[in-house]
Design a protein around this ligand. Structure first.
Ligand SMILES: Nc1ncnc2c1ncn2[C@@H]1O[C@H](COP(=O)(O)OP(=O)(O)O)[C@@H](O)[C@H]1O
Ligand SMILES: [Mg+2]
Length: 368
């Protein structure tokens, strides 16, 4: 069996992907009967075939993978015919493993390309990936199913053109949410473009930061949250692992806390929450996964708000359909704590990807 490991890519999470891919490569080569083709995507999104030994050396000495470029390495995607080197040689691949986060990796665009190429791949399909990346539409689907989300309003960039429109929006936020609020780009990640806003004065600058990234922004009630994350694994019958908790040392889990500051956050697995709340979080995670038609794997991020005078409140925050995947990332660690090693997890993900591909092939979409 040959796995094509895709890494790098155009999003802000390019670097994260290079580290995740190193961990994945080391584990893949230890799987029996498994060959790996390495395909690195540079920051412009160009696909390059990589030197296996060189990248494996890097991975084995705990360095992130890199991307070797050059025309002779260019990889092309062929409709209904998989992958090939631009020179002509076909790359025979049984399953693609995209370890690409964010735009053009996790958002359905890559998944559509792989569908057209006729290649099985790990993770959610076109719809699940696209919705998972689109915070507002994920919330809408969750609300349709009666699942709890944090109160929010969405704003499109053209809606705040003049001062009266901005005052109106500020009024709506006062009435429906109340300050403080979180302002975020609808489709981004890594906390890029997210601001916590204390009062009206900060609203417009925060929206401008969000609109630099996406034409839709979300304004959400800022709650005193505990950030509880759950690993979900499976296709039609997904299972949720015992949740973990991210405890940021910053005001919130911002970009620096995620990637720059080594003391930015502490991960606690399992989360120190009551068994009853943990069970509710797991049920919620599976329901959220199903509601967006996710497949393979996803990390479902919830907020738990503890109230002194009542039971804890649970909210869905977001779902990540290609979660961080270094061996010390939250997703693989939660799965490992649940009894499945990093290596077995990869094996299972590949099986699930192939199973999903076969299921599609076996249904006659040409039928009338
Ligand atoms: N409504 C909210 N209340 C409190 N904290 C929030 C809220 N929304 C986001 N945050 C904080 O901002 C971080 C990033 O927000 P999130 O929606 O997860 O975006 P991203 O997709 O960039 O991870 C969260 O991990 C949390 O620390
Ligand atoms: Mg998040």
């Amino acid at each position: 069996m040959t796995i094509a490991l895709l890494y790098g890519g155009r999003s802000t999470e390019h670097e994260v992907s290079l580290s995740s891919a190193a961990g994945v490569l080391k584990a893949l080569v230890a799987l029996p009967d498994t060959e790996v083709e390495l395909i690195g995507l540079d920051r412009d999104g160009v696909w390059y075939h990589q030197t296996f030994d060189r990248q494996l050396d890097r991975a084995r000495s705990d360095r992130a993978l890199e991307i070797e470029t050059g025309d002779e390495r260019r990889v092309v995607v062929l409709p209904a015919a998989g992958l090939a080197l631009r020179g002509g040689r076909a790359l025979s691949v049984d399953c693609v493993l995209p370890i690409l986060h964010g735009s053009y990796g996790e958002d359905g665009t890559l998944q559509g390309l792989l569908e057209m190429a006729g290649l099985p791949y790990v993770g959610s399909g076109v719809v699940g990936s696209a919705v998972g990346m689109d915070k507002m539409r994920a919330k809408q689907l969750w609300q349709d199913q009666g699942l709890p989300v944090v109160p929010y309003v969405h704003v499109q960039s053209w809606e705040i053109g003049d001062e009266s429109a901005r005052d109106h929006l500020d009024g709506v936020i006062h009435d429906r949410l109340g300050y403080p609020v979180f302002v975020k780009p609808n489709a981004a990640g890594s906390s890029v473009g997210i601001t916590r806003v204390e009062s009206s004065e900060g609203l417009f600058p925060a929206l401008m930061r969000a609109f630099a990234i996406d034409r839709v922004a979300l304004v959400e009630q800022a709650l005193p949250v505990r950030e509880i994350e759950t690993a979900v694994l499976g296709n039609d019958d997904p299972i949720a692992f015992p949740p973990g908790e991210v405890i940021p040392s910053h005001q919130f889990y911002d970009y620096d806390a995620k990637y720059e500051d080594p003391e930015g956050a502490r991960l606690e697995i399992p989360a120190a929450i009551s068994p009853a709340v943990a069970d509710d979080v797991r049920d919620l995670a599976v329901a959220a996964f199903r509601a967006i038609d996710a497949a393979g794997f996803a990390r479902v991020d919830c907020f738990v708000v503890e109230r002194p005078d009542g039971p804890a409140e649970l909210y869905l925050n977001e779902i990540n359909t290609i979660p961080g995947f270094t061996p010390i990332s939250m997703y693989p660690k939660m799965v490992e704590a649940g009894g499945i090693s990093y290596q077995d997890l990869l094996k299972r993900l590949i099986e699930l990807g192939i199973e999903r591909y076969r299921d599609r092939e076996n249904r006659d979409f040409r039928a009338r």
